[in-house]
Design a protein around this ligand. Structure first.
Ligand SMILES: Nc1nc2c(ncn2[C@@H]2O[C@H](COP(=O)(O)OP(=O)(O)OP(=O)(O)O)[C@@H](O)[C@H]2O)c(=O)[nH]1
Ligand SMILES: [Mg+2]
Length: 416
């Protein structure tokens, strides 16, 4: 673990304590240990150095006493601020955005996640390129060789172009993966199965809920996803087909969690990973109710969803980890559920709630399909929930529960 100091500027935000605490957890997730914390009350950050002069001196002293190597800051800083802080403290300086990017980068396992993070990192780097080249220019003008200035600028241009090219190339690679995924997800959609996406703050219990439902509904522990008490345990999307006892099926997807001040570029880069969230018929918004900051976390999650363009999808608020706060559970109130992902009764209640909402617009109809149109017979059996079939001389009489789309599709076979 690398010893680090965290620092932030407090300007009457009500959630400052929480943000600092979370910064410490992000550090921990990146293999760093917080040895000290520095706060400064300021209306706004100092333009050149972020923190004030006195604070920086204090910080440098603490760093020496505690043997710290890195300084982590609670906001996204300008390149100048980072450079000046590095100079004055002799520490490596990392802002919140870069820290989150580092965590994502070390956790990314699939090709897609790796490309997405790399694009976000390069986009973060692009406007910051100036730093190192400017330093060179300073040195050059200090040594009086003004003639070299042009060469320096060309180098900066070159670096910029190289990065831009790399971004274009990676984006193209991502698009190809995107296409493959699209084929996958559209064939899923063609299956006509309704889909549910787990969303929520990181570490709220999304993956645990997924595994719980897999165990309860499919009695299947082989398709479990990874769960861990750590920020950003999940980066990639996993989709599982779940089946209720009455044979009705739906798709459940588990995906990356959110966090305060999630870098904009990262959210954009993860658009395709989050496609399942965008296309979902129902969102299962998992909240760690035992966390004193749960209200803030709900807000951040909803804001991030909005940034992704997800606004009108029906949502279940699933208040998880009720076992940690005492009191009764599971409790269902409308579209809200208080539960524990580790409790079977809770998972049963959750499954019932999902079923009720997901299939609320489904209707039962009677159909007649002649044997000449046999392939429709096959289709209705595959897509809809057929509850009765009666074979007559020239065709089959079928009772089936259908979705609104299927209702239109099979309308011409309505029997009565
Ligand atoms: N006590 C208790 N702990 C829970 C419950 N649900 C999940 N946890 C724990 O909370 C931690 C995080 O759970 P995950 O399921 O990995 O959380 P996640 O939302 O998938 O997190 P990310 O993938 O990092 O976004 C794990 O240590 C779980 O064991 C619960 O109902 N009660
Ligand atoms: Mg997870």
């Amino acid at each position: 673990m690398i010893p680090v100091i965290i620092a932030g500027i407090e300007n009457q935000q009500s959630n400052f304590d929480y943000l600092m605490q979370e910064l410490a957890e992000l550090a921990y997730a990146n293999n760093m240990q917080v040895v000290s914390e520095v706060r400064q009350k300021l209306q706004k950050p100092v333009a050149a150095t972020y923190l004030g002069k006195g604070k920086i001196e204090e910080l440098a002293r603490i760093a020496q006493a505690k043997d710290a190597a890195v300084l982590l800051l609670n906001d996204e800083l300008s390149p100048t601020q980072i450079r000046n802080l590095e100079k004055e403290t002799s520490l490596d300086v990392l802002d919140r955005t870069e820290l989150i990017l580092e965590i994502f980068s070390s956790r990314a396992r699939t090709k897609e996640a790796q490309l997405q993070v790399e694009v976000a990192r390069l986009k973060y780097k692009l406007p910051r390129l100036r730093t190192s080249v400017h330093e060179k220019l300073d040195q050059q003008s200090a040594s009086g060789s003004l003639a070299n200035r042009g060469a320096g600028e060309t180098k900066l241009e070159l670096n910029r172009r190289t990065i831009q090219k790399k971004i274009t190339q990676l984006t193209r690679e991502l698009k190809n993966i995107d296409k493959e995924q699209y084929v996958k997800s559209s064939s899923r959609r063609e299956s006509g199965l309704p889909s549910v996406a787990l969303v929520g703050y990181t570490n709220s219990g999304k993956s645990t809920t997924m595994n719980g439902l897999l165990h309860l509904l499919n009695s299947d522990d082989t398709k479990k996803v990874m769960t861990k008490n750590m920020l950003f345990a999940t980066l990639d999307t996993s989709v599982r087909k779940l089946r209720f006892k009455d044979r009705r099926e739906f798709l459940l997807s588990d995906t990356v969690g959110f966090v305060s001040k999630l870098p904009h570029n990262l959210v954009k880069a993860f658009q395709s990973t989050l496609a399942e969230v965008k296309n979902a018929d129902l969102l299962l918004h998992v909240v760690d109710i035992s966390d004193e900051h749960s209200a803030e976390m709900v807000k951040v999650t909803n804001e991030t969803l909005k940034e992704l363009g997800v606004e009108n999808t029906p949502m279940i608020y699933a208040f998880n980890k009720a076992d940690k706060i005492g009191g009764n559970y599971p409790i269902i109130e409308g579209h809200q559920l208080t539960y524990s992902a580790r409790d079977e009764k809770s998972l049963n209640a959750l499954a019932e709630l999902i079923k009720k909402i997901l299939f609320r617009d489904y209707q039962t109809h009677k159909y007649f399909i002649s044997y000449e149109q046999g392939h429709y017979l096959e289709k209705i059996n595959n897509l809809a929930l057929v509850t009765a079939t009666d074979y007559t001389e020239d065709g089959a009489r079928i009772t089936a529960e259908v979705s609104p789309t299927q209702e239109k599709y099979f309308a011409r076979f309505l029997a009565e």
